[in-house]
Design a protein. Structure first.
Length: 115
């Protein structure tokens, strides 16, 4: 039994002494990477003009009062109830382009008219 205790103590003592040694931490130097800046070339974007859109309804003038068939108003249903005729009404293009809920300035629902 005494031999077993001696063997165990000879094994445990080095382990305990290793645990008491504090490791020395050496700082590591990481290389600094400087980003390469390359100029971005932005392509020429043709503006989405309502008069060229397939949903454009001409006002038979110069297009200022053109309407958008993509955005019907509720007035069409009201016309049916008042006059008995079902005539669809649409928002003006200027209204649709000024509202982000509709087409917005970027022309979310713009589709080029088929030529």
């Amino acid at each position: 039994m005494k031999n077993i205790i001696l063997i165990l103590s000879s094994i445990i003592r080095p382990i305990i002494s290793l645990a008491q040694i504090t490791p020395q931490i050496t700082p590591q130097i990481t290389p600094q990477i400087t980003p390469q800046i390359t100029p971005q070339i932005t392509p020429q974007i043709t503006p989405k003009i309502c008069i060229n859109c397939k949903y454009f309804i001409s006002d038979n003038r110069n297009g200022i009062f053109g309407k958008c068939s993509f955005f019907p108003t509720s007035k069409g249903k009201l016309n049916l109830l008042v006059t008995g005729t079902n005539r669809d009404e649409y928002y003006y293009c200027s209204t649709a382009r000024s509202s982000n809920d509709m087409c917005g300035e970027e022309g979310k629902y713009y589709k080029k008219e088929d030529s």
